[in-house]
Design a protein around this ligand. Structure first.
Ligand SMILES: *[C@@H]1O[C@H](CO)[C@@H](O)[C@H](O)[C@H]1NC(C)=O
Ligand SMILES: *[C@@H]1O[C@H](CO)[C@@H](O)[C@H](O)[C@H]1NC(C)=O
Ligand SMILES: *[C@@H]1O[C@H](CO)[C@@H](O)[C@H](O)[C@H]1NC(C)=O
Ligand SMILES: *[C@@H]1O[C@H](CO)[C@@H](O)[C@H](O)[C@H]1NC(C)=O
Ligand SMILES: *[C@@H]1O[C@H](CO)[C@@H](O)[C@H](O)[C@H]1NC(C)=O
Ligand SMILES: *[C@@H]1O[C@H](CO)[C@@H](O)[C@H](O)[C@H]1NC(C)=O
Length: 520
């Protein structure tokens, strides 16, 4: 017995491998010291809680570790977009080559390059935030998974909302100084969508501004006002509010004619919750009543109190962070999908091990068990049940997200949900009990009666009108002439034999002919 055990201990590659759990590792390239909602101070706890949960659930079978790669000095997404792929490549080549690994990253953190590395290495790449379509394409990045949705699907739901109100003229005002590229990406995706048949009837213009550069704000507002009545404020909610106030002080605000749209990926402080509109001053009321606030949401976020508690406690413990009151960790898809990425990887490896018997924690087996392409094929078009709720990844390799539409209600002096965008049905479901309290009782028109400049159609300026009266009269007369002429000729031909009418046309013509013949 003793001898046997000593043999086990010292000889033991085979025995040790049979009995030790299978090692797998999640490498996170989520940024840390950047003020975006996806940064580790908010999502890091989800990695740890999921790591513990997986190791408890698969005790003896799987041994999952989480590795965090980030550069502390990164302050904006551009920094981390440049650094994260380098950190990842270095770590992978030195420490992870041939081991069973997957990567989790975010839109702020190199998702422009990481999908290509992941494809090259055949490693699964989870994105816990929205992705550009190229980041999850079957051909370009076949080992990537969009755990939330794509920018394009968000842009499409925005345009679908505008279509409900028949707003086809839209201006997007992009904050060029925003800490996240969410707004930029949605603008880009909107542009792409306009090239498709489905949205070809829209005319969407874009303009940039930065709050620090006041002239750029005035210019942007003037530009928008000259081209549409639907202003999409692609910025933090507080910046959007400042923009509206500028519009009013610039005397460009036309109550009841304009609508301001604020679109936020989540209601975290980094983007600005809808509660920033609560209890407005008199100055703001009409502005806010002209505002639509659209944001993603998690239908069942509050339904998992135990996991929410664990996540909140861990976040406090590791980073000293807490979400704003009223928000549970699982209400925020960035947190939920960071957690789900870890769970999904473990579940897939567990499945993969089962369908491919293993007795060896070696390079060869790790490669075939954990290959990104293989794991992706095991997860698409399939629903997983996790402690955070069901997860369905569609055949394109991404999950869809629901949206909530809020509008201001004068009675409560706060915004209320009026509609929900159902990602599966791909349409808006309106709350029958709450309606939008438009300033004029109805939504603004796509094009106002007097045009965007305010002096077209019935609002033509007086002197301009007088000068042009003659031209207009002539135009009207020639139109009448052109339209009645063929009719008269037709009649003449038809009634050629009717003596009582033929002269109406014929007589002057005959006169003219007579005159001409006499003068020749
Ligand atoms: C970066 O964030 C970590 C975790 O919150 C913190 O401990 C660290 O001090 C930060 N570093 C800098 C340079 O701010
Ligand atoms: C799990 O893996 C880590 C890192 O590879 C290792 O330190 C730890 O001992 C392993 N745990 C078990 C139970 O094998
Ligand atoms: C892991 O795989 C085993 C073997 O197929 C299966 O019995 C078990 O239910 C799986 N565990 C989970 C949590 O999916
Ligand atoms: C287990 O690993 C050893 C050494 O790495 C290798 O020679 C052997 O073929 C592996 N066995 C299986 C079944 O893959
Ligand atoms: C997805 O699964 C459903 C039923 O489970 C099936 O009808 C459908 O064809 C599948 N779609 C793809 C693209 O595999
Ligand atoms: C709308 O109001 C009715 C009656 O007050 C109530 O039964 C129903 O649940 C409400 N619907 C929603 C979606 O709140």
């Amino acid at each position: 017995m003793w001898i046997f055990c000593l043999i086990c201990l010292f000889s033991g590659v085979n025995l040790a491998n049979v009995h030790s759990p299978f090692d797998l590792e999640i490498i996170s390239i989520i940024p840390c010291n950047i003020s975006v909602g996806v940064a580790l101070p908010f999502t890091g706890a989800a990695l740890r809680v999921a790591e513990d949960a997986v190791n408890a659930e698969f005790l003896g079978r799987l041994n999952l570790t989480v590795t965090l790669l980030y550069q502390e000095t990164d302050r904006v997404c551009e920094d981390t977009d440049a650094h994260a792929p380098l950190l990842l490549a270095e770590y992978y080549n030195k420490k992870a080559l041939g081991r069973c690994v997957a990567v989790v990253g975010s839109a702020c953190g190199g998702l422009s390059i990481a999908p290509f590395l992941a494809k090259e290495w055949d490693v699964l790449l989870f994105s816990n935030s929205l992705v550009a379509s190229t980041s999850i394409s079957q051909t370009v990045s076949p080992t990537s998974i969009g755990m939330v949705a794509s920018y394009e699907s968000i842009a499409a739901s925005l345009l679908n909302l505008f279509r409900i109100f028949q707003w086809l003229h839209v201006t997007m005002l992009l904050d060029a100084a925003a800490a996240t590229d969410f707004y930029f990406q949605v603008c880009q995706s909107t542009k792409t969508l306009l090239l498709t048949e489905q949205f070809s009837d829209f005319r969407v213009d874009g303009t940039r501004f930065t709050l620090a550069d006041t002239p750029s704000v005035h210019e942007a507002l003037k530009f928008a006002n000259a081209r549409s009545r639907v202003f999409v404020m692609m910025s933090h909610t507080s910046v959007a509010i400042k923009l509206m106030r500028f519009l009013k002080t610039d005397r460009l605000f036309i109550p009841g004619d304009q609508v301001f749209v604020v679109l936020q990926p989540t209601q975290q402080a980094a983007y600005g919750a809808v509660s920033l509109f609560d209890n407005p001053d008199v100055f703001d009321v009409e502005l806010f009543r002209s505002t639509l606030y659209l944001t993603t949401y998690v239908a069942t976020g509050g339904g998992f109190p135990k996991l929410n508690q664990q996540l909140a406690a861990k976040s406090q413990e590791l980073y000293g962070t807490a979400l704003q009151t009223g928000l549970q960790p699982l209400d925020v898809y960035l947190i939920r999908e960071t957690y789900n990425s870890v769970r999904l990887f473990a579940a897939l490896v567990n499945d993969s091990l089962d369908s491919q018997p293993w007795d060896n924690n070696t390079i060869h087996s790790a490669d075939s068990v954990c290959g990104g392409g293989r794991l992706r094929s095991l997860m698409t078009n399939r629903t997983f049940r996790f402690p955070s709720g069901p997860v369905f990844i569609d055949a394109n390799g991404y999950r869809h997200t629901d949206l909530l539409l809020y509008t201001f209600h004068p009675k409560t002096l706060s915004f209320q949900v009026v509609s929900r965008y159902d990602a599966i049905l791909q349409r808006y479901l309106w709350d029958q009990n709450v309606s939008i309290e438009w300033l004029t009782g109805k939504p603004p028109l796509d094009i106002p009666p007097c045009g965007f400049s305010g002096n077209e159609g019935p609002c033509l300026p007086q002197d301009f009108a007088r000068q042009n009266l003659l031209a207009v009269l002539l135009a009207v007369l020639s139109v009448i002439f052109i339209t009645t002429m063929p009719l008269l000729i037709h009649r003449k031909l038809r009634n050629a034999s009717r003596e009582e009418t033929w002269w109406i046309l014929h007589h002057p013509v005959v006169n003219a002919l007579e005159k001409r013949t006499t003068s020749i």
